[in-house]
Ligand binder design. Structure first.
Ligand SMILES: [Zn+2]
Length: 90
């Protein structure tokens, strides 16, 4: 279960669920068992109130969950948009 803000530069401990925003992703996206059967595993992520105001979480095609600035996400709906990538890499 989540215990800290998903923004790695914040990492605020989760004390109150009513603060911030919970994101739920299917962590099994893009992965499958050797048998070909799809794994299904839901992962919960939390952004604290301050981070949730300016950021959101998205899951890319590989199933990686990334923190994106809201403005970039709205401007660039494509998760692999160059603008968003450069921000994450900085
Ligand atoms: Zn935070």
């Amino acid at each position: 279960m989540v215990s800290n803000c998903a923004n790695s530069r914040c990492g605020k401990p989760l004390h109150y669920l009513r603060e911030g925003r919970i994101f739920i992703f299917d962590a099994s996206a893009g992965a499958s068992e050797p048998s070909g059967k799809r794994l299904r595993r839901l992962e919960h992520y939390w952004l604290c109130g301050a981070c949730a105001e300016t950021m959101l979480l998205v899951q890319d095609a590989e199933g990686m969950v990334r923190v994106l600035p809201k403005a970039a996400a709205i401007r660039e709906p494509e998760e692999r948009a160059p603008a968003a990538t450069s921000i994450l890499a900085s």
